[in-house]
Write a protein that binds this ligand. Sequence first.
Ligand code: UDP
Length: 235
Amino acid sequence: MKYNRILLKLSGEALMGDQEFGINGERLLEYANEIKQVVELGVQVAVVVGGGNIFRGLAGASEGMDRVQADHMGMLATMINGLALQSALEESGVKTRLQSAIEMDKIAEPFIRRRATRHLEKNRVVIFGGGTGNPYFTTDTAATLRAIEIDADVILKGTRVDGIYTADPEKDSTATKYDTLSFKEVYEKGLNVMDMTAFTLSKENKLPILVFDMNTPGNLTKVVKGDVVGTLVQN
Ligand code: UDP
């Protein structure tokens, strides 16, 4: 196995499937099945879910809402997604724990690093909800932070595009995909991999980022086995 402990970042929007909003049950089960396959290979899996399918702080703020208040709503949205993913995983027979950056002890454990790594060692999937627990941050930053804290081998950014391209492939048909990039190249070429806070945190801590298409069945398994899938960013 190329990677033994992974942190998978799923955006909230990925959970919408072809809907405009909210959570698509079928999509959720597909993702649960992808995750189950790698758990069965003995890979330790932590997941950070976004909240953009329900609420984004910036959208609230642009309508006049207090930004901190709006970000609190966004962080709660990630907990809703976390609970939904937990439910789908358990339905598929995968043992899980949900840990929240914001204490809500009736529905999730608080985030405790040592406890999280212990769960991983017992092959439980640990879902980290509530982002970093702080306003003005994103779940990409939360994913990077947690990946470093639990000493993950890589952060896997599951998207609907199969990697990083020279230009947006949905807008420019001449765009070509990179198999690998260095952190420096991403800066120099001005490529958009994650927001700058998350990206810098990854770079400074030498945490590789792999961007891949999570919607193609079997891709997550290929990634952990080391097949060339997506784009790998590393030093
Ligand atoms: N959020 C936050 N702090 C964090 C992570 C998230 O305040 O550490 C809020 C922020 O309002 C953000 C929302 O939660 O817009 C949802 O997260 P994000 O936009 O990162 O989700 P994604 O784009 O991955 O679906």
